[in-house]
Ligand binder design. Structure first.
Ligand code: NAP
Length: 225
């Protein structure tokens, strides 16, 4: 009774109270602030699922598209934590220093991306995660030999067309516990773009809809009791 936990809902989390199964929560590390805990689980687990399916491991060169965003922030750091030797992340130049701070080599998205990535990874890219859309998925398939090591969180229809496996939505509290442990060890950090009150959820969505930005926006639910 009374334990502090963090967890996820697939929908319906904009609320003061939610009911979830024990599979959806894990203990919140004492050192983790509540704003971070609130933004931690859904994207963290999503990135974890993808990298596991892509079999990212020691020595790999991994490409993460939209690497500075909420999902990308987790994917970059988790790829490093899984032992990838090189993580290349796409972002606008405004986010290149941020990507470097997480241990990724930044590259600008847009025309000529495949050529720029090949210059950074002359021995090839082993695995790629698209979080940006069709152009990024096409570039990934061009760069990675084995399509089983490509995933998209955005372009499901194109993935089916190109023969890229769909992500199997398999979430568990074991993944959450691993993520929380990495945070406690200082290996997984979450940059907060903004923390807004629940009443400003629409403003949070307007910011996300710009399609640009760094890290995660969270909503604060102030207790009414
Ligand atoms: N399938 C799922 O379960 C699932 C779960 C979560 C998210 N998603 C999807 O994943 C996408 C990203 O979500 P997010 O929450 O990480 O978004 P986000 O926090 O808003 O970040 C978006 C990122 O995309 C980058 N970007 C913009 N235009 C780009 C381009 N043309 N090529 C490459 N990168 C570009 C931006 O970088 P700059 O600011 O440097 O331009 C920004 O950092 C969204 O489409 C979202 O719907 C899917």
């Amino acid at each position: 009774m009374g334990d502090n936990v963090l967890g996820y809902c697939t929908l319906g989390a904009y609320a003061e109270y939610v009911v979830v199964s024990p599979e959806q929560v894990t203990a919140k590390p004492e050192s983790m602030p509540w704003d971070i805990a609130g933004g931690f689980s859904a994207n963290g687990v999503g990135a974890h699922m993808c990298l596991r399916e892509m079999k990212v491991g020691p020595g790999d060169t991994v490409l993460i598209h939209a690497a500075a965003g909420a999902l990308g922030t987790f994917a970059v750091q988790l790829a490093r934590a899984r032992g990838a030797s090189t993580v290349i992340g796409t972002a606008s130049e405004a986010n290149h220093a941020y990507l470097r701070s997480m241990g990724a080599i930044p590259v600008t998205y847009g025309d000529g991306l495949v050529k720029r990535v090949r210059a950074l990874a002359p021995d090839g890219v082993d695995a790629a995660l698209d979080i940006a859309g069709d152009h990024a998925l096409r570039a990934s398939v061009e760069l990675v030999k084995d399509k089983n090591r490509v995933r998209t969180m955005v372009s499901d229809e194109l993935a089916a067309e190109l023969g890229v496996p769909a992500v199997t939505p398999k979430r568990s509290n074991a993944q959450l516990a691993e993520l929380a442990g990495l945070h406690a060890q200082g290996k997984l950090k979450l940059h907060l773009r903004q923390a807004l009150p629940l009443a400003q959820a629409a403003a949070a969505h307007r910011s996300i809809e710009t399609g640009h930005g760094r890290g995660k926006i969270v909503l604060r639910v102030e207790s009414t009791s």
